[in-house]
Structure formats: structure tokens, C-alpha cells
Design a protein around this ligand. Structure first.
Ligand SMILES: Cc1ncc(COP(=O)(O)O)c(C=O)c1O
Length: 393
């Protein structure tokens, strides 16, 4: 990170946590306070704390009743943490293709993948740019399909004024070291559904029931507990959130507006009513207009002093454990017991593949200013104009 992220308030919170003489999340006060603050921030009735964004999604998947041979629809351009809970619960990840210009899954692409086996949809708000979650919820309504929002990259983002994470049955946030705010590692599940929250709380704490005090270990669950130290840092970080996402939103808007005028450049699509918090920013190059691939373009812009990069390859063909059905040792489970295995590999989500091939990532952050954004626009526009004239000339 180019700037300072942790300061006096984090130290003060940590000191208080240590002075409690316990770091257990149910015995100290920090985790409870973190949940209270998060609940107020997003306007959700329940917050379940855990050890990572992946843990949050796994807990949510389990709490939503997903089990062996169920199908869970999600996005092909995402982090490994979106998938692992699906596969660990014995369910089959099914991928909904994306809109090439937003890199997000759409209501139509989700609808096209629904089968009688679909138990849940995990909507990924990539980059902190809201997906059409209202449309996706509408597509799932009345079909018994739960909607989980993966907000790992979408801290503070909103749709029509409402915080992401509150549209579906639950929302999952990451506090890992690379996100808008961080406590090293950590995760939060937000939901208005008390029963779902209870099941999620069991799902991240070895099935120990510290909420209703039931006994008997209803199901098998991992230890994904947060500690008071993580919660202490996260409390301080939450206090910084509004300022930094406001800055990121403004910088992203400036970048998108500037790039609109560059030839052969397709800025990231933002839906009407969406308020992105831009964890990073991706745009696409029109290879037909510019006559070069993304890597060549990135190299040329680097020569102008602006670092750009590619993002992760779509998971449906790049993850060996999907293509080879090798998620667990000595076994092809859960794929071996699935009613149908999706055709993992190239060609399954063509728009995601095209978006990846032509996508360019700019590591936007809140330490940048308008000048750096304008310099980026200038460099990208200059290189694009140069390639375009070379192609047409
Ligand atoms: C979209 C998305 N989902 C889930 C995760 C998993 O979060 P964590 O690294 O905290 O487990 C990440 C983290 O990079 C992510 O970007």
C-alpha cells in the first residue's frame, strides 16, 4: 500500500483489547462493538464475525442450507474465496457469464444457469462496482434460491442509496490485508434473518452454539473464529471507511469520465443508481480498433510511467481442481456425485473470457489525487491514439 493505513486509534483499540486479559471473541468487548458498528453502518439486524472473507462466504453458504449435489451459481471472474465454501460443502459451482463492460454477472446470465438443483447464488460485486443485485434477487424470488452477496471488494458501495450486502439473504465482507479496510485477516456476515445468522454463527465456530445455547453439535463446522485483536483493529478501520470510499468513488468517476474520450478504450460500466467504492478499476481495450493485445497495451502505457496490469484469469478454465475434478485427495468428489457437472474449461463463459483477455486493471487507491488520475488518462489516451493511428495507417 502506498500510504499509511494504521495509526493511533488502531493502537488504542489494540491496547484496550489486550488489557481485557482475554482475546476470545465472546469474552471480550471488541468483537461485540465491531458487530454493533457494522450493523449500524449497513443497516442489517445481525452481524456474524469470522476469520476471513472466505470464511464468511463458507459460513453463509452453510447457513443457507447448501449441501452435497446442490448447485450454487456465481461469477467466473472472482477470487478463490468465493468458491471454496461451495466446494467444501459438496456443492457444485456453476458460473453465470458476465457483462463484458462491467465484468459482473447479470440477472439474465444467472437465470440462464438456474436448474432444479440451484440452492443459492453468490453475487460478486467485482471491484466494488455494484452488480445488478436487485435484478438477480428478482430472478431468484419464489424459487427457493438464497442470494449471498460477496462484498469482499465492495466496502461502502451502494445501490440506489442502499448499502451492498443488504439486498440478498446475507452479505459477506473481507478484512484481509489488501481490502479497503483491514485487520490483517477477518470477515463479517450481515443479515436481517435471525435464523440464518444463528446457523452462520454455528458454521464458523465448530458448531458451538453461543447464541441459543443448544447442545448436540447439529452439523460439522470449521473453526473460523475472529479474535479480539482483529476486532480491535477493525473497529478503528471502520471509522476510516467513509472518508476513503468517498475519495475512491470520486477518483473512479474522474477516471471513467476521462477514459470515455480515449479511442478504443471501453471504461468500466457503472449501472444507473450504483455508487461504486472502487477497490480497483478495470477498463477494456477494443483490440479491433487498437490492433494490439492487452499485454502490449500495458507495456506501452508503462513506458509512459503508468503501471497497469491484468486481473485474475476466469476461474472456470484456470482452476485445475475444477477442470480436473481434483478438489480433494484421492477423489473426484463432489463432482463424482453431482447430477450434472458444468462444462468447465474455455468456452463455458465466453464473455468473461473476452473481458479478461481485453481487460486492464488500474490499481486505484485513496492516496492518489486528481493529478495522478489525469496523468493516467493522458497516458492511456496517448498510447491508444498511437496504436489506433498505426492500425488505420
Ligand atoms: C471477491 C472476493 N471474494 C472473496 C474473497 C476472500 O476474502 P479473504 O481473502 O478475506 O478470505 C476475496 C479476497 O480477495 C475477494 O476479492
Amino acid at each position: 500500500m502506498p500510504g499509511r493505513r494504521f495509526g493511533r486509534e488502531e493502537l488504542r483499540q489494540l491496547k484496550e483489547a489486550l488489557e481485557q486479559n482475554t482475546l476470545f471473541y465472546k469474552h471480550g468487548k471488541k468483537t461485540a462493538l465491531l458487530c454493533e458498528k457494522m450493523s449500524r453502518l449497513v443497516g442489517a439486524g445481525n452481524v456474524v464475525p469470522c476469520s476471513s472473507g472466505s470464511a464468511a462466504i463458507h459460513g453463509a453458504v452453510k447457513a443457507c442450507g447448501v449441501g452435497p449435489a446442490d448447485e450454487v451459481i456465481t461469477a467466473p471472474i472472482t477470487d478463490a474465496g468465493t468458491l471454496l465454501g461451495i466446494v467444501y460443502e459438496g456443492a457444485i459451482p456453476v458460473f453465470a457469464d458476465v457483462n463484458t463492460d462491467s465484468f459482473n454477472m447479470t440477472p439474465a446470465s444467472v437465470e440462464a444457469r438456474i436448474t432444479p438443483r440451484t440452492r443459492a447464488v453468490i453475487v460478486v460485486h467485482l471491484m466494488g462496482n455494484p452488480a445488478d443485485v436487485e435484478g438477480i434477487v428478482a430472478v431468484c424470488r419464489g424459487k427457493g434460491i438464497k442470494v449471498i452477496e460477496d462484498c469482499a471488494q465492495a466496502w461502502g458501495a451502494k445501490m440506489n442509496g442502499r448499502p451492498l450486502g443488504t439486498f440478498g439473504d446475507c452479505g459477506c465482507f473481507s478484512l484481509n490485508d489488501f481490502k479497503h479496510i483491514s485487520c490483517g485477516e477477518g470477515g463479517l456476515i450481515v443479515t436481517d434473518d435471525g435464523d440464518l445468522a444463528w446457523r452462520a454463527a454455528l458454521s464458523i465456530d465448530k458448531c458451538y452454539d453461543r447464541v441459543r445455547n443448544t447442545r448436540g453439535m447439529e452439523f460439522c463446522a470449521p473453526n473460523y473464529r475472529i479474535t479480539e485483536l482483529q476486532s480491535a483493529v477493525a473497529i478503528a478501520q471502520l471509522g476510516r471507511l467513509k472518508g476513503l470510499v468517498t475519495k475512491r468513488n470520486a477518483l473512479g468517476a474522474r477516471l471513467g469520465k476521462g477514459l470515455r474520450k480515449a479511442p478504443g478504450i471501453i471504461p468500466c460500466k457503472v449501472l444507473p443508481g450504483a455508487w461504486p467504492s472502487w477497490w480497483f478499476y478495470m477498463f477494456r481495450i477494443d483490440t479491433g480498433v487498437l490492433g494490439v493485445d492487452a499485454d502490449t497495451f500495458i507495456k506501452a502505457v508503462a513506458a509512459e510511467g503508468v503501471p497497469l496490469e491484468r486481473y485474475c484469469e476466469p476461474v472456470h478454465y484456470s482452476y485445475k481442481y475444477l477442470v480436473n475434478q481434483s478438489a480433494f485427495n484421492h477423489s473426484k468428489w463432489p463432482f463424482s456425485s453431482a447430477k450434472a457437472v458444468p462444462p468447465y474449461g474455455r468456452g463455458y463463459c465466453p464473455s468473461a473470457e473476452m473481458a479478461y483477455e481485453t481487460g486492464v486493471r488500474f490499481k486505484l487507491n485513496h492516496w492518489l489525487g486528481a493529478r495522478e488520475i489525469d496523468d493516467t488518462v493522458k497516458a492511456v489516451s496517448k498510447v491508444a491514439a498511437c496504436f489506433k493511428s498505426r492500425k488505420s495507417g
